[in-house]
Design a protein around this ligand. Structure first.
Ligand code: SF4
Length: 416
């Protein structure tokens, strides 16, 4: 769990984005501190209204880069003129608002809500199905707070899901440190059974499965892919963070999976589903990552072509074993992260390009900026519908849209 500092500049819309970022960081167990000196990571949410503002943003990014271990630059200037930060050699991840929470985690799994109880937020119902995990990753501090997996019975989680649907949830987000190992403590691997039973609940809603490490998913990949193929209520989406394309580095990270297991998961889902989203994470610049290891990560990204990719530059979290390892020297981390981020942009753009002209059914989950709404399609790809009022589109609606274009992290859709 990270300590973060956040600074926001510009209009109320930008402040709204910061509030959303903070809410997601808080839900994932991260803590806000006042002042970059106290923080593991600083977030600069930028504005680009006039040239003077741009100069101020660049200067502030340089200052924050000096004061904190890690800097994330997001907001309007990051989207419109991100290259200016790179040209000025600001040592930062320059990313979209939506990518900030994952970038803060440094590869650690999210923590569930403190009491692991469901929460209804608008039409989104958050359902923590278990606490803890089965792993002991060498870079993780979350584990110390959450301990071993503790899974309530399937029937208990189904009842919680039913209560969320009755309370108005249209999207149920299944969360946990590692949803793929749900039930391992009771001797059964039963995420697929839980999902099947939640989909049996009467009502018009969608279910999104949260982060599941490759080891747990690999053991039930056939059963899981089958449940996805049979249930329209399930978004065809898995988030399985591979973290590296090198088995040596995975070993040093004490991840429990091997690269081949991750690849087998992808192959199995490809067999069962025509249209689905693979989301994964890479940690770049782990202390023992050699050039060859990095090349293997790049090759894995090219081979498996995930539609959603989080690239995190490794940073040391005090109290973890990885923090004791001798870090990479010079600018290696930065260069590797730049190289991987560029490849990521190409891979993701290819996925969105293929959607343009297609019609998808989307669920409207929340208000966006201005008169837009945020929606998700069948494979949990984000689609923005603009001028929502003119189209009579409201949060909670299911709408057919034609995909008209895309940005780097979402598509644009026009109701048909
Ligand atoms: S799976 Fe690894 S990173 Fe995730 S909570 Fe467990 S020890 Fe931490």
């Amino acid at each position: 769990m990270a300590r973060y500092h956040i600074e926001t500049y510009g209009c109320t819309s930008n402040r709204g984005e910061s509030r959303q970022i903070e809410r997601r960081l808080r839900d994932a167990g991260h803590h806000r501190v006042e002042g970059p000196g106290e923080a593991d990571v600083a977030i600069l949410n930028t504005c680009t209204v006039v040239e003077k503002t741009e100069r101020n943003m660049l200067r502030r990014a340089e200052e924050l880069g000096e004061e904190t271990a890690d800097l994330i630059v997001t907001g309007c200037m990051a989207l419109a003129q991100g290259e200016q930060f790179r040209d000025a050699e600001v040592d930062a991840d320059v990313i979209h608002w939506d990518e900030v929470p994952e970038a803060v985690t440094n590869g650690e799994c999210p923590t569930t809500t403190p009491d692991a109880e469901p929460v209804l937020d608008g039409v989104i119902g958050i359902l923590p199905i278990a606490r803890g995990c089965m792993s002991d990753c060498s870079y993780c501090i979350t584990k110390q707070a959450t301990g071993k997996i503790d899974s309530p019975p399937v029937s208990e989680n189904v009842e919680k899901a039913r209560a969320l649907v009755h309370a108005g949830a249209k999207e149920i987000r299944i969360t946990g440190q590692d949803t793929g190992v749900y039930g391992w403590d009771t001797g059964e691997r039963k995420l697929h059974e839980l999902l099947d039973r939640i989909c049996d609940i009467e009502g018009d809603f969608r279910v999104r499965v949260g982060m599941a490490n490759p080891k747990g998913v690999h053991g039930i990949r056939e059963e899981l892919a089958e449940v996805f193929a049979e249930n329209e209520k399930l978004y065809n989406f898995i988030h399985a963070p591979v973290q590296s394309g090198s088995d040596d580095v995975l070993g040093d990270m004490r991840r429990q999976h091997q690269v081949s297991e991750y690849v087998e998961i992808v192959e199995t889902f490809d067999e069962y589903l025509d249209y689905w989203t693979l989301s994964t994470d890479f940690i770049v610049g782990f202390p023992t990552e050699e050039d060859e290891d990095h090349a293997q990560s790049m090759a894995l990204l090219r081979e498996t072509r995930p539609e959603k990719i989080n690239v995190t530059r490794f940073s040391k979290r005090p109290g973890t074993d990885a923090a004791e390892m001798k870090g990479l020297g010079g600018t290696k981390k930065k260069e590797r992260s730049k190289e991987m981020s560029e490849l990521k942009m190409d891979v993701v753009a290819e996925a969105y390009d293929a959607m343009v002209g297609e019609t998808h059914e989307v669920l409207v989950v929340e208000e966006g900026t201005g008169d837009s709404v945020k929606c998700y399609d069948e494979a949990y790809r984000q689609v923005i519908v603009q001028n929502a009022d003119d189209h009579g589109v409201e949060v909670g609606d299911f709408v057919d849209v034609e995909i008209t274009g895309h940005s780097t992290v979402y598509a644009f859709g026009e109701p048909v």
